[in-house]
Design a protein around this ligand. Structure first.
Ligand code: ATP
Ligand code: MG
Length: 269
């Protein structure tokens, strides 16, 4: 059996497990950077916590026979487990630098589903605003979903069991030199995630994307560092604004898919 060395954690992958990659009858040694593996394990754990926390809720609802609420919860469990399966697949596809598989995705639907998964079982009011019907970006769907769920869990934790509000806004935006953003000029989709939680102090605001930075007793400081890395891999950027006691807004910028841009140009001709 041939050993293919692809790239500080090594995994032996049995041939059957990698037929999706079109590589057969070879023993593959995959080297995964520790930071990537930690990020995936962190987000897989996040995804699996959702069904785990919802199971006692569904038991209670069934005993009260509240059918509609049970169906809503089952939908959320389905979204969360589907997300966990995609993350696990991502782990299976890791080899060398080929971390993500990009395809055209409607971000409005993705953001809506992430909102349901990230806030499921909480009393937080979720608002999703989008002027367009669809907004397409070329992205690693599971990766972007992981990013969105991370932002939503942070928003939820900052509201800390209260009756807060999370507003998700998705829109087209043009970036040029006047925007003063570390991005190439062009058309982008801006996704903003705004909460009315505890907020972040100005000194902590400079550190939130540093791996290992956390202010939570049970936090790891992995969520935002991993999210920033995934967005960089999409040629995007993240902005953050916050005020203590008022709330926090994160903005994600992602380039509009090339074909969509051409279609938009034709429409405006
Ligand atoms: N929406 C938010 N509101 C208030 N503080 C936030 C928010 N998002 C992030 N933070 C701050 O940024 C820190 C880093 O966030 P990050 O998601 O990277 O790690 P964490 O949530 O502490 O732990 P975990 O690795 O489990 O996600 C948090 O500990 C918190 O202090
Ligand atoms: Mg977090």
């Amino acid at each position: 059996m041939e050993i293919v060395k692809k790239g500080n954690i090594e995994c032996n992958v049995e041939p059957d497990a990698v037929t999706d990659l079109g590589i057969k009858n070879q023993m593959i040694v995959v080297t995964i950077p520790e930071v990537v593996l930690k990020g995936i394990v962190h987000d897989l754990n996040n995804a699996l916590c959702v069904p785990n926390e919802l199971l006692p809720v569904i038991r209670e609802k069934i005993s009260l026979c509240n059918k509609d609420e049970v169906f809503d919860i089952l939908d959320e469990i389905g979204l969360a487990t589907g997300h966990a399966i995609k993350i696990a697949k991502q782990l299976g596809c890791l080899s060398g630098n080929n971390h993500s598989i990009k395809k055209k995705v409607d971000v409005i639907n993705l953001v809506r589903d992430a909102g349901r998964v990230g806030l499921s079982g909480s009393r937080i009011h979720l608002e999703v605003n989008a002027r367009e019907k669809t907004l397409i970006v070329e992205c690693d769907e599971a990766g972007l979903f992981r990013v969105l769920v991370n932002f939503l869990l942070n928003a939820r934790q900052s509201i800390n069991g209260g009756n807060g509000v999370v507003r998700l806004n998705i829109e087209n935006t043009v970036v040029d030199q006047r925007s003063n953003l570390p991005l190439q000029d062009g058309d982008y989709v801006r996704i903003s995630i705004a909460d009315n939680g505890e907020g972040i102090s100005p000194e902590n605001l400079k550190r939130v994307f540093k791996p290992g930075f956390t202010t939570k007793s049970n936090g790891n400081g992995i969520g935002l560092a991993t999210s920033a890395q995934i967005i960089r891999e999409h040629d995007g950027h993240i902005e953050v604004k916050s005020e203590l006691g008022v709330g926090t807004t994160f903005e994600i910028f992602l380039p509009v898919a090339r074909e969509e841009k051409r279609r938009e140009e034709k429409r405006n001709f």
